[in-house]
Design a protein around this ligand. Structure first.
Ligand SMILES: CC(C)(COP(=O)(O)OP(=O)(O)OC[C@H]1O[C@@H](n2cnc3c(N)ncnc32)[C@H](O)[C@@H]1OP(=O)(O)O)[C@@H](O)C(=O)NCCC(=O)NCCS
Length: 156
């Protein structure tokens, strides 16, 4: 993902989540600056179809929403912060493709886990991709009432 992608990324976000979960252009731009190597897009003939923001983090310490974050010492997990697919491109395997990209990158970095906060009804989807519920050592406030912290091992 590059800064020039952000306008389309914001449009996909607007279709994917309720307004309370929408992050601003500044937060997205900050994530690109802080974690330039771990954000990806899928591009189709008519523009961007999907995106994933991910960032190295500490296992069981999910980063807050609405905050670009900064690199942390002793990161041991790749946190999948936000993944969304344009409605007309869903069901084609793009989310699985982006997750595999993140998986390969995280392994290369020697990180032991992939983690995420499932929002809304997304936990079934993440279970399908191999994630199971885990106990966060930090509040998930801001992610909505159904938020669920999940993880899956990256190595081994
Ligand atoms: C969830 C989302 C990212 C899935 O994207 P997608 O590209 O359609 O997913 P894929 O086609 O790669 O599907 C991967 C697997 O998940 C399954 N799946 C897809 N959507 C699902 C859902 N809503 N519930 C349960 N399983 C789902 C697929 O059947 C597929 O399983 P299989 O490969 O074993 O057959 C997409 O629906 C989306 O953008 N939703 C809104 C944003 C969102 O909720 N993001 C996650 C926030 S935590």
């Amino acid at each position: 993902m590059a800064p020039a992608d952000l306008e389309q990324v914001l449009a996909i976000q607007a279709q994917a989540y309720p307004p309370a979960l929408h992050e601003t252009a500044d937060v997205f731009a900050g994530k690109l600056r802080a974690f330039p190597a771990s954000n990806w897009v899928v591009e189709g003939a008519s523009g961007l179809l999907a995106y994933l923001f991910a960032q190295p983090a500490r296992h069981c310490l999910p980063p807050p929403l609405h905050d670009p974050g900064a690199p942390v010492a002793a990161a041991d997990a790749l946190h999948l912060h936000d993944m969304a697919v344009r409605p007309e491109a869903r069901g084609l395997g793009l989310a699985r493709h982006l997750m595999r990209q993140a998986q390969a990158w995280g392994r290369q970095q020697g990180l032991g886990w992939m983690t995420l906060v499932a929002v809304g009804s997304a936990s079934d989807f993440w279970q399908r991709l191999g994630f199971v519920p885990a106990r966060a050592r930090k509040s998930l406030s801001g992610y909505g009432p159904a938020a669920l912290y999940m993880h899956r091992p990256l190595l081994g």
